[in-house]
Design a protein around this ligand. Structure first.
Ligand SMILES: Cc1cc2nc3c(=O)[nH]c(=O)nc-3n(C[C@H](O)[C@H](O)[C@H](O)COP(=O)(O)OP(=O)(O)OC[C@H]3O[C@@H](n4cnc5c(N)ncnc54)[C@H](O)[C@@H]3O)c2cc1C
Length: 385
């Protein structure tokens, strides 16, 4: 029996690679192993479903069974890989040893949880990073039977998108984070403040420069104690404090990996016969946790695996933040800029990040200025040229 190409992870990276291989008419046996349901869904839609009132089943484009049939793969859902043996070329899943011919790690990134959540609040404090999480959070909101008071912890892309989406869905949102303004890693502060104002005008409360000191049960509510001494009462809490590449399997196997991900070259190679792509991969020093880079990686790796060695490149692909209350587009500079040049007023801002030589190395746009994204992306350097 032919030993299969084995992919760990059924997210957009893992299934994207299978699609690319099948599009190249590659019909080798493929096994996909995933810790989650294995349903095919677009993760960016998770933070747009509440405004549209979409139940989880509407976000799944295809069930795991449908994926397996359509792409002709052996898909093992709700199955966690425990270890990789590089020498024996096997995966360990409990007591089972599963051989692979080539191994692809597409294990994504997991949400950081910097707080200790009392077990009694396990059904009130959530993180949403996959469709299974969305099912649980959506179920808890539905069970309340009324617009919920939701405290969102974190000013990053995920926290801000959920804030906008939940508010648009009629819920009462409070946002808490230690930074001075939303999207601190994507936007210079005046632009972040413009987004904060738009959120405020939509009825959200923003608690800037505040950290969560602890959670407690207060009757039917969750008490969220802040380090400025105040307390917020909520029905539910959503913690969105950043994502970390899931490198534990790779690190334990002795593959090159660190906080930025599994280190791979531009052919997505980590070791002989072992590849990585998607949120878990740090490609030639760059880990861009967005869809376009993983799609480019899937295309390049499929070509390499089918006999045409191909290096991946990432263009100047800006991030489009899904906050309709104030449109935001950003291409964060890869290195700290020498200066930001800001131009704008009210909600409409252009911020240009320049290097020492005054060249454009990144940008951020809000409001009506987002229409400049194509022009500026053309002028900016590629993420991985
Ligand atoms: C709310 C939200 C909104 C977003 N919006 C956008 C957007 O608008 N535009 C954009 O470009 N990007 C967006 N992103 C980022 C984008 O969705 C991710 O970059 C992308 O989905 C990552 O895909 P992945 O396949 O690498 O990882 P994941 O989707 O995390 O998949 C990882 C897979 O690995 C499996 N796995 C992990 N460990 C194991 C193990 N030990 N054994 C078995 N299986 C394992 C998991 O079960 C899962 O199947 C968003 C992200 C979030 C969370």
């Amino acid at each position: 029996m032919t030993v299969p190409l084995t992919i760990v992870g059924s997210g957009m990276a893992g299934l994207g690679l299978v699609r690319q291989l099948r599009a190249l008419k590659d019909d080798r046996p493929i096994t996909v192993i995933t810790a989650d349901s294995g349903d095919d869904y677009s993760k960016p839609l998770l933070s747009t479903g509440f405004a549209k009132g979409l139940p989880p089943e509407c976000l799944a484009m295809q069930s795991a069974l449908g994926v397996a049939e359509r792409l002709n793969v052996a898909l093992r859902s709700h199955t966690r890989v425990d270890a990789i043996d590089l020498e024996a070329r096997t995966l360990r899943i409990g007591a089972e040893r599963l051989p692979w011919s080539e191994l692809v790690l597409a294990t994504g990134a997991s949400p950081a949880m910097p707080f200790c959540v009392p077990p009694a609040l396990g059904d009130r404090v959530f993180q949403v990073n996959d469709l299974d999480d969305y099912r649980a959070f959506h179920g808890a909101l539905e069970a309340l039977n009324h617009p919920a008071r939701v405290v969102i912890v974190g000013f990053g892309l995920v926290g801000c998108e959920f804030a906008n989406d939940l508010a648009a869905g009629g819920h009462r949102v409070a946002l808490v984070a230690p930074e001075a303004a939303p999207l601190p890693r994507l936007l210079p502060e005046p632009l972040g403040r413009a987004l904060g104002e738009a959120f405020g005008e939509a009825g959200m409360s923003l608690h800037t420069r505040c950290s969560v000191a602890g959670f407690s049960r207060q009757g039917a509510d969750v008490g969220v104690a802040l380090d400025d001494g105040s307390q917020l009462d909520a029905d539910l809490v959503l913690v969105a404090t950043g994502l970390r590449p899931r490198t534990a399997l790779a690190e334990a196997a002795g593959l090159p990996a660190g906080p930025a991900g599994i280190h791979v070259d531009r052919r997505l190679n980590a070791a002989p016969g072992v590849h990585a792509l998607g949120d878990v991969a740090c490609v030639d020093g760059v880990n861009a946790m967005y869809v376009q880079p993983l799609q480019a990686s899937a295309k390049a790796l499929a070509r390499t695996l089918t006999g045409t060695p191909t290096e991946v490149g990432f263009g100047a692909w800006p991030v489009m933040v899904k906050t309709p209350l104030l449109p935001v587009v950003a291409l964060p500079p890869a290195v700290a800029p020498a200066r930001w040049r800001l131009d704008g007023e009210g909600k409409d801002w252009v911020a240009l990040a320049e290097g020492e030589d005054e060249r454009l190395i990144g940008f951020a746009l809000t409001g009506r200025c987002v229409r400049r994204k194509v022009e500026l992306a053309r002028a900016a350097p590629a993420l991985l040229g």
